[in-house]
Design a protein around this ligand. Structure first.
Ligand code: GDP
Length: 605
């Protein structure tokens, strides 16, 4: 039976209540929402859930009672029971209340919003255990039997006020979001194990928190251990100019034992204190925008993204755009798996209905209607040219007032040379006031350094420091300049030149090959492989692939996997076929052109 439009069915629907038994003489009409659970649909049709599940099976779909059906399927199955169905009205926001998320907030619309908290620290210092302890003791709806699900973020209630926690501890997630331009964290909790003290990743976490400029709370964990020595930690922090309150500073430190669940209320209390000081406000009176925290492909439900709403109110039915992805919010679930219709600032929600798989850190926006959503995607595609951070454009950026500082990450072979490099940079007289050191430490240049550089628009300077596997590929993907030196004078000379805008570029972009997409293969949750034929040059594993459609550049991403037949290969050359999986892109179409780009060194560094 063909589905009827709202107009066609509205009239007949008016006099029919869904409470009436379906044996009534008039054909029953159902208004089916964009998403509905099997149980709710059965109730609406006044039939048993089992009968509905059986009918779904007959139609070739395996669903259980709590699964969510989209409109199309719900309508099909309802029609197979003899119902007339119609969709709800198009717009979910009444036309007068459509305020774009980018509009300046009217102060009367601003309300307090919960703080968003991220937990960082060295491995094994207890980040996950703390997150679990908080969740266990403080689940918002514990009485109602709600079970928090790991959706990437959750909320707890303390003193009747909410706190939102990002559930992916560690600075990888924190930085990944900043790299993509999203700042979601309001307060960072630095976890240090009382029996261990400050470790390398603690320092890295401190660098990330400082670079992000968010307030920090130090949580001294494992206080139950006999060898716990919180004073040692406070002293170590003071050596890094981080003074906790009882050392005369203003950093709050809270001792806890995550395994014994001691000190958790105190931790939450202090987080609320910091939140109050930060006066966090949000405006629920506009279209929502926010950040994707996590995303996965669900076999039945399609792409599912956990998003944190930063401003506005997100509603079921909203037209949403994420980068070049578009969709309508079919259904929303909260962190306890309950269906909700709308969500305001600082709320984490699972969203169903997006056309593809976004990445953590992607920003989402709501458009007032489908036409605007389409335009927003087009605008994105046209301006998506990658921003890069190189030593030579540091000058332009400072001169044009875009930035005040040239941010540097210094990596050296041994600790002793860190000081030597810093001293030399300090001797650049008035120039040094334009330099900001984001990190200076001994060791190889790692992917983590590149992430930090990308998040803080910094340049990486290596002095006798080796490039670790992966760092170089990530740097070229993120457009980060890594310069390595063996002679300290060359290093400072280049930095001085860069500050005067005299530096020659070291790398230039080279197109190494070109291929045409011939077919596509979906490989489940991992994404879509483009089967291609190389027309020119070659495609190598290290390249960044630019996807061109009808002459338009629509995506740029690193290669996740490159295959020739079934084998993983380093390159596929002219005249051969291959398959490629590209980071952040699954919407290949036959005829798309894949351009393989690589940066090539043009002068000695
Ligand atoms: P993460 O890597 O920072 O997430 O650390 P985990 O939460 O996985 O904890 C690492 C180990 O430390 C686990 O074996 C935990 O059981 C243990 N641990 C965490 N918190 C405490 C604590 O407060 N006291 C003690 N004794 N052990 C803890």
């Amino acid at each position: 039976m063909a589905k009827k439009t709202v107009k066609e069915t509205k009239e007949s629907a008016q006099n029919i209540s869904v409470d009436q038994p379906i044996a009534e003489a008039e054909p029953p009409a159902l208004e089916i929402p964009n998403a509905i659970t099997v149980a709710s649909l059965a109730e609406m049709m006044q039939i048993g859930s089992i009968d509905l599940i059986k009918q779904l099976m007959r139609l070739g779909h395996m669903y259980t009672i709590n699964d969510v059906l989209d409109y199309e399927l719900a309508a099909d199955v309802a029609e197979s029971f003899g119902f007339d169905v119609y969709e709800p009205e198009e717009e979910t926001h009444d036309a007068t209340s459509i305020v774009p998320s980018t509009d300046v907030d009217d102060s009367k619309d601003l309300v307090n919003r919960p703080p968003v908290v991220t937990i960082l620290g060295h491995v094994d210092h207890g980040k996950t255990t703390i997150l679990d302890a908080i969740r266990k003791t403080k689940v918002v709806d514990a009485e109602a039997g709600g079970i928090t699900q790991h959706i990437g973020a959750y909320q707890v209630k303390h003193n009747d006020k909410l706190i939102t926690f990002l559930d992916t501890p560690g600075h990888e997630a924190f930085t990944a979001m900043r790299v993509r331009g999203a700042q979601v964290t309001d307060i960072a909790v630095l976890v240090v194990a009382a029996d261990d003290g400050l470790m390398p990743q603690t320092q890295e976490a401190i660098d990330h928190i400082t670079a992000a400029g968010v307030p920090m709370l130090v949580c001294i964990n494992k206080m139950d251990k006999p060898e716990a020595d919180p004073e040692k930690i406070k002293r170590q922090l003071s050596e890094r100019d981080l003074l906790v309150e009882d050392w005369g500073g203003d950093i709050i430190s809270v001792p806890v034992s995550a395994t014994k669940q001691d000190g958790i209320p105190d931790l939450l209390e202090n987080l609320q204190l910091l939140a109050e000081m930060a006066e966090l406000k949000g405006n629920p009176q506009k279209l929502a925008s926010g950040v994707v925290v996590e995303a996965r492909l669900d076999k039945r439900r399609g792409p599912v993204a956990t998003a944190l709403i930063q401003t506005g109110t997100l509603k079921v039915g909203d037209h949403i755009t994420i980068r070049d992805l578009r969709g309508r919010v079919k259904a929303m679930l909260n962190d306890q798996g309950f269906k909700i219709d709308q969500a305001g600032p600082s709320t984490p929600v699972e969203i169903l209905g997006i056309s593809g798989l976004p990445e953590a850190g992607d920003i989402f926006n709501v458009a007032p209607d489908e036409k605007t959503a389409k335009r927003m995607v087009l605008d994105y595609q046209q301006t998506a040219a990658h921003q890069s951070t190189t030593l030579e454009d540091a000058y332009t950026r400072i001169e044009s007032g875009l930035t005040k500082y040239m941010n540097l990450i210094i990596k050296t072979d041994v600790q002793g040379s860190v000081d030597a490099v810093l001293n030399m940079l300090n001797s650049l007289n008035d120039e040094q006031s334009k330099i900001k050191i984001i990190r200076a430490s001994a060791g190889g240049i790692t992917e983590n350094d590149v992430m930090l550089a990308s998040a803080s628009d910094a340049i990486i300077i290596g002095f006798n420091s080796e490039l670790q596997p992966g760092a170089s590929a990530l740097a070229s993907q993120e457009g980060i300049d890594i310069r390595t030196y063996k002679v300290i004078y060359d290093l400072t000379d280049d930095v001085a030149k860069a500050l005067h805008g005299l530096l020659e570029p070291v790398f230039k972009d080279v197109i190494e090959g070109e291929a045409a997409v011939r077919e596509t293969f979906e490989i489940g949750r991992k994404g879509t492989i483009a089967g291609f034929y190389v027309n020119k040059g070659k495609i190598t594993r290290e390249c960044t692939i630019h996807v061109i459609r009808n002459g338009e550049h629509i995506h740029e991403g690193a290669i996740i996997s490159l295959k020739h037949f079934k084998n993983d290969v380093k390159e596929v050359s002219n005249g051969n076929e291959g398959g490629v999986l590209i980071n952040g892109f699954n919407e290949f179409e036959e005829g798309d052109i894949l351009e393989a780009h690589r940066s090539e060194q043009v002068s000695k560094s």
